[in-house]
Design a binder for this molecule. Sequence first.
Ligand code: ADP
Ligand code: MG
Length: 704
Amino acid sequence: MTSTQPNNPLATPVQYVKGVGPRIAALLEKRGITTVEHLFFHLPTRYIDRRNVSKISQLTIGKDRTTVARVQSQGARIIGRGRRVYEVVFTDGTGQLIARWFRFNGKIMGKRFLLDTDYLLAGDVSFFGRGKQMIHPEIESMSDPEDSLIGGRILPIYPSTEGLSQRMIRKIMKNAWEKFGSDIGDSLPAPLKISNRIAPLRVSLSCLHFPPANFEVDSLNQHSNEMHQGVVFEESFFFFLGLGIRNQAIEHKKTTAYPLPSSLAEQGRRTLPFELTGDQKTVLSEIATDLGRDVPMHRMLQGDVGSGKTVVALLSALQVVGLGDQVALMAPTELLAQQHYHSFKRVLDDLRIPVACLTSQVKGKERRAIYEALSDGSLPIIVGTHALIQEDVRFKKLGMVIIDEQHRFGVLQRQDMMQKGINPHLLVMTATPIPRTLSMTIYGDLNVSIIREMPPGRRPVVTKIYRESLREKLYHGMRVELEKGHQIYVVYPLIEESEKMDLKNATDMAAKLAEVFEPKFKVALLHGKMKGDEKESIMQSFKDKKAQVLVTTSVIEVGVDVPNATVMVIEHAERFGLSQLHQLRGRIGRSDIQSYCILLNHGAPGSASVDRMQILENSTDGFAIAEADLEIRGPGEFLGTRQSGLPDLQVTNLARDGDILSRAKEAAFRILFQDPKLSAPENQGLRETVARRWAHKLSLGDVA
Ligand code: ADP
Ligand code: MG
């Protein structure tokens, strides 16, 4: 969508708003706010009720009180141990209120307040001796009461931004509104507004930024008011319009079709030592149908850890390889790439089909041989890490790309991989069950196939939360399992900033466990700082049962397959996210033997971490856990990093607004169905708005 945009005032850089200089513009940009329109969609997270200004004598103890008073006296005082407090005594004739600051600059404070001036004070009121005090109140001069930014009304509280006070952001909002508020148009079609009961955007935004005094504070805070929901609808509707336009662009690309029947895929299926589950068969046929079309596949395969995605990927790959073209599988870690390589090789060796693994560990002659075999086409299948996207890697004809755990790759890495072929088919796999609202938005351009069913004979893992005091009991339980010939993982969290310390913890723990269990049982240590081949040989010795206890940092999070391991002990489980714990737990329970997961909780008693862990104790359903996790942590953190390709939805909350999202998506797609390019005269407003808001973010550049 080319930007045929007449200069819409809302696209004005936020720098041109009065009160925003380069410094503040930079702060706002960190929040993704670069234009006036972004600023208007930057909504308060909550509101406080400052409608009632009380006399000091009537001020009650509690939160968010407001009063107006004058300065009586002020000064700094020492309160022992070198700590100081700055006190200002305010009075309004009915009583005294002391404002106190524990962090202050004496010079500035001394000049801050004028005598004979009314000040509006807002904050929490508490007792101090027999008097009343406010600690670190918000204060403003009432020289111009009409202008109050802190009192006498319902007060918006914006998401906190470092270096930007609430007062400043309110001021900026006010200035922006005075200059640009009237430019906010209504591009939503009238029938949509009526059927979804949506007020004009300008009205909604005005109410949300500058709530009229007769508004209900509770409904504002719960975001359950029509104004808020209208803005969410408005935002997500245009997002889906953009997404729909992008989908069309994909649909218009052409590629090679690999139709069924594929005798190679059939042979591959026959070499498997097990029958595919019903879900595996279903998703295979969904993928097979896509591969049979000359439009590039864009499909995500979701399935809980251990649900058997790898074999689905392999059989799909054979459909492409059977017709002479190539397939690449890219995994986020060395260990995972190795694992996939080995499971592919088991089947491919039987079929006499070459496969290789390319990671940064592969060097020299070996690497050159792989490059050559890929470019002359003699190597039909390659598995690897992002080593695969290096420039020297060239394919004769790459028909399909498979990306595992794709949320760990940046959008650019995924694109680089795709560019190794001409519109190759794309299959992405993830074991992080993505809640529906999230997949609908981030992966809105992907079709989704889901494996919900586990291979037969699996028993749900029994999960227990232990505190440190139960460590002896834990060791006893571990010994019982070891005596049965089973194996055990002990996992330490690895947090980047304290990597060294965690490593030390893991190393110490390995030594301690060796004291407890050796010589009868061997304890091995695996961590992220080890070299690839070293990691692999340790993993191999664990697989070969040469070691019974594997102490590791979270490197094993994805992809390790040792069905004989039946216990996982997770140290400092409180430091992991729910989904991550669930992933880790997926490493056990991979056979018909009962498995146990022990979450060692070092968190403070009664802290939120226990509640979170209890979700895991009670459920093994990855989707339910992911939904809960999304709610607790929010989408950004849920997916790990900013590189997750999360679209910049400013007001829509993926955890909260699922219903609105569905409605908005349906409405947007319905319009595109009738007018795919938004070329009808009545759709010009839509076209302009979607271009302004999303052309850049969704890279719609090459669209019509
Ligand atoms: P995922 O990649 O989804 O985590 P895997 O593909 O690694 O799961 O499969 C986990 C284990 O289950 C592997 O050992 C695999 O061989 C086995 N497996 C896969 N499908 C089946 C099936 N239908 N019946 C029995 N075992 C299966
Ligand atoms: Mg896997």
